[in-house]
Design a protein around this ligand. Structure first.
Ligand SMILES: NC(=O)c1ccc[n+]([C@@H]2O[C@H](COP(=O)([O-])OP(=O)(O)OC[C@H]3O[C@@H](n4cnc5c(N)ncnc54)[C@H](O)[C@@H]3O)[C@@H](O)[C@H]2O)c1
Length: 405
């Protein structure tokens, strides 16, 4: 039977980002003819059931199946069964906690699937190299969901910087800060193993690399533990890093996850860049749009991320618009394009086609593994600096961080 040009998707995860962004994106792209069957594999059927309840009109298989497994019966290996039944035109979306990304991604590649991984690709440079090696050997498409690359405010910076309008880079300042409920509630179990830098600061490391194409040379990081220890957690409240790039320019990244829960938006965020010929300045939180209501008070709205609007396509339906949607949908469309182009080719022709296309894409804008490596390397360097009294950390040719002499 000929292929209907739809990709079958296995989502491994089912948590916050899956419920808020990934699943609605997959359902919308199914309506748009990009996606076919959807399977969701979660740690337990309680989570799969939550997804069902959130999207009662959407069809997908749950692993573990809520009809057969108790809600709290953890099945951490069941994603393998779901992966084994994913067909020839399958995509695996990895949306599990960061430390699980590497093995799941490698298994998906070895099973012959293309992959989309939530940021960061993985936690260590050594692991990122394993993904690079496997993806290049199997000619697999492996995109990391660095969604800021799809934010028009960031794309504009890339376009103007690469045209030379700002001249040579001098310095930049990025800030990204989340509310207290993230380490206190959402990530209580693993907040002390991560930090606001590793969790969200990495977005702006990737953004600077995306905008400028520069590679990092040296990093020093600083952190504070004041509020969270008072709640019994050993996690950092805030982490800042100064990153020197190969041309001598410097980016200061300021992160926190103990902002007030009464903030007017979930995340404070923005970026300033100074060059020899000009500057870029963008508040990525406040896009000059607010809503004030009796129920929810004053809210500053970012209409660009992942917003629900009335659909132009289907009456009485919701359309998801923004860089949260685009960044997953773009990678799905790339994968579909690869599958369509190679359908009917001999194995050798398909391999050659994939190899060339992936190389071209990786040389461009896409966060394929050699590009995603940069965020992983800076994350690892920040952790090394924090663990060594804010020491400078440098990188070797493979981007492996080490303490500076
Ligand atoms: N791009 C972004 O803006 C963005 C935003 C938030 C989170 N993230 C990233 O997305 C990933 C998931 O984050 P989240 O906020 O959804 O986390 P979460 O803790 O809410 O959800 C993680 C899910 O992983 C599932 N899981 C854990 N072990 C599993 C296993 N062995 N098999 C199957 N499922 C398993 C659990 O069911 C859980 O629901 C993280 O890597 C995070 O850094 C990205």
């Amino acid at each position: 039977m000929s292929w209907d040009e739809r990709l079958d998707v296995l989502l491994i995860g089912g948590g916050m980002i899956s419920q808020e962004v990934v699943l609605p994106t997959l359902f919308q792209d199914r309506r748009r003819g990009i996606v076919g069957n959807i399977a969701v594999s979660s740690l337990n059927s309680g989570i799969t059931k939550q997804c069902r309840e959130l999207f009662p009109k959407e069809e997908f298989s749950g692993h573990p199946d809520p009809d057969k497994y108790a809600a709290d019966d953890n099945q951490p290996m069941m994603y393998r069964e779901a992966m084994a039944t994913l067909g020839e035109h399958g995509v695996v979306v990895v949306a599990t906690p960061d430390h699980l990304h590497t093995d799941m991604t490698l298994e998906a590649i070895e099973a012959g699937h293309d992959v989309i991984v939530m940021k960061p690709l993985c936690l260590k440079v050594d692991e990122a190299h394993k993904v690079i090696e496997a993806a290049e050997r199997r000619k697999a498409y492996v995109a990391t969901d660095y969604h800021k690359r799809m934010d028009r405010a960031v794309r504009l910076a890339r376009y103007r910087v690469r045209r030379g309008d700002l001249g040579e880079m001098l310095h930049g300042h990025a800030w990204i800060e989340e509310p207290k409920y993230m380490p206190l509630k959402q990530f209580r179990l693993w907040a002390h193993e991560s930090s606001p830098f590793e969790y969200v600061g990495v977005h702006y490391v990737d953004a600077w690399y995306f905008i400028t194409g520069l590679r990092p040379k040296r990093v020093a990081a600083f952190g504070q533990k004041k509020f969270l220890p008072s709640t019994g957690s050993d996690a950092y409240d805030a982490v800042q890093a100064v990153i020197e790039w190969e041309d001598g320019s410097v980016l200061w990244v300021q992160t926190s996850w103990v902002c007030s829960e009464k903030n007017s938006a979930m995340t404070n965020q923005g970026l300033q860049i100074s060059g020899t010929k000009g500057e870029y300045w963008a508040d990525h939180k406040f896009r000059n749009l607010h809503i004030l209501t009796d129920d929810d008070g004053f809210e500053q709205i970012n209409p660009n991320f992942f917003r629900h609007y009335e659909s132009w396509e289907r009456g009485n339906d919701v359309e998801y618009v923004g860089y949260g949607y685009e960044s997953i949908s773009r990678w799905l469309r790339d994968i579909r394009q690869l599958h369509i182009a190679t359908e009917g080719m001999s194995k050798d022709e398909a391999v050659a086609h994939r190899e060339k296309q992936l190389r071209d894409w990786e040389a461009g804008q896409r966060p394929l593994p050699r590009q995603a490596l940069i965020g992983v390397a800076v994350n690892e360097a920040v952790r090394l600096s924090l663990d060594n009294g804010n020491a400078y950390v440098v990188f070797d040719g493979e981007m492996k961080p080490g303490l500076a002499n």
